[in-house]
Ligand binder design. Structure first.
Ligand SMILES: Nc1ncnc2c1ncn2[C@@H]1O[C@H](COP(=O)(O)OP(=O)(O)O)[C@@H](O)[C@H]1O
Ligand SMILES: [Mg+2]
Length: 245
């Protein structure tokens, strides 16, 4: 697949297959197009697929709009989600969890999840992401995914700007979202996770890692081996020695 953003060719030749129940990691230097790949899979209008297609559960979704893709089970935790003035977090959660918008209260199940994510009534009553700290934004993103229960979830740097204690909390819920509590053969949900430093991988097991460079997947292989290579040799060095994986 090739993708253009505002007339610029960002992704040149992406060939990626994620099987049911698998979690893949996406690594790559800043500006290599990781977030662009997510936006393209989500179907944001600015991101134009100029070649190739996106298949989801065997169906070609390349021409569907974002709402249709989300309804089919695609979910995302954004790197930098916008604040939404005038929309309370609890009202967004009601819609995402399938409650009626005019329900007075959030369901007990959702309330429990909110507390688990350390987002109490005070937060639920606030406008989405408005004045939230970095860590609060990430916890709100994961809480929204817990409400939506998508089948395929993209996490864009869920660990960036989050302190160690809260990374573990986020990882716990990411593991639930990705069926990690089930045996590998029984997992249904799959995921694609962008991480800059790989810290979250101490808590979330991934099956495969890919390195995105110059608009292409330059290397794929065992996540811990690839991350160790990147730490030692940098992205360029890692990609050069990729043949051995
Ligand atoms: N909406 C946009 N308009 C113009 N250029 C964009 C847009 N989104 C991304 N880009 C460009 O595409 C390249 C890849 O960006 P991005 O996908 O955010 O990289 P990464 O997430 O790997 O750091 C960058 O050069 C960026 O400036
Ligand atoms: Mg990014």
């Amino acid at each position: 697949m090739a993708v253009e953003v505002s007339g610029k060719k960002v992704l040149k030749d992406i060939d990626l297959y994620i099987d049911e129940g698998e979690t893949h990691v996406l690594l790559g230097p800043n500006g290599s197009g990781k977030s662009t790949l997510f936006m393209t899979i989500l179907g944001f209008p600015k991101y134009k697929v100029t070649n190739g297609e996106i298949l989801f559960k065997g169906e070609n979704i390349t021409d569907l709009n974002t709402t249709e893709r989300v309804k089919k089970g695609v979910g995302v935790s954004f790197q930098n989600p916008p604040a939404i003035r005038g929309v309370r977090l609890m009202d967004l959660l009601k819609v995402e969890s399938g409650q009626k918008p005019d329900d007075e209260e959030l369901s007990p199940e959702m309330l429990e999840l909110a507390y688990k994510m350390k987002l109490d009534e005070n937060f639920l009553d606030r406008d989405v992401n408005l004045g939230f700290s970095g860590g609060e934004v990430k916890r709100s993103e994961i809480l929204q995914l817990l409400a939506q229960k998508p089948d395929f979830i993209m996490f864009d740097e869920p660990d960036s700007g989050v302190d160690i204690e809260n990374v573990e909390l986020l990882a716990e819920e990411i593991n639930i979202l990705l069926d990690k509590d089930k045996k590998p053969g029984l997992r249904k949900n799959s995921g694609l996770l962008i991480t800059h430093l790989g810290y979250i991988l101490n808590f979330v097991n991934a099956d495969t890692a890919h390195v995105l460079m110059d608009g292409r997947i330059a290397c794929s292989g065992n996540p811990s081996e690839i991350i160790e290579d990147i730490r030692k040799e940098g992205f360029k060095g890692c990609v050069q020695c990729c043949g051995i994986h």
